[in-house]
Design a protein around this ligand. Sequence first.
Ligand code: GRF
Length: 206
Amino acid sequence: MSAARLDLRLGFLASHGGTNLQAILDAIRAGRLPATAALVISNNSNAQALRRAAACGIPALHLSGAAFPEPAALDGAILAALERERVNLVVLAGYMKKLGPAVLARYRRRVLNIHPALLPDFGGQGMYGLRVHEAVLAAGAGVTGVTVHLVDADYDRGPILAQERVPVLPGDTPETLQARVLQVEHRLYPEVLRRIALGELDLERA
Ligand code: GRF
């Protein structure tokens, strides 16, 4: 049974470039994704993700441990910002920090993440950025891929919503592999969000 259509108000958290954020914003603008980008938060004041948000007229906030040294205070500030913008789905897009318990409790089954490998392989502690692709190549894997999953307290272990395989090619370097995987990320993340918006993917049953 499919879920009801959702009036998605997306709240993004991103630490760096935000190319996945951009792919989702482009999908919204092109009419491929019925959703509203309500807020972008970054822990990094220099994140290109914040500039991308500002360029699209989306509220953009820098919230980090610098202003909120107490983890519970940062957790509370992020939660307050998401609620103020009436965010109903949190989209992690290269967010290098862990969400706190208040946000995770309030947005239970409503936090998505994208990972540049086929989880549960090549996930967990220390597996981010080029390190993921280095590990894939070091393992001699013939295939890698992209995973979109729900985030719970266990992080890279939440229920998987979608996966797509990407071949590892002879002569691949971590950089070439990363670029090939990223192209798939940019297509898969908006697609998964679209399925949620249309009620084709029920996060309660995922
Ligand atoms: C992506 O590879 C994503 O899978 C991972 O972090 C990277 C973010 O890239 N979680 P970008 O900031 O969206 O360009």
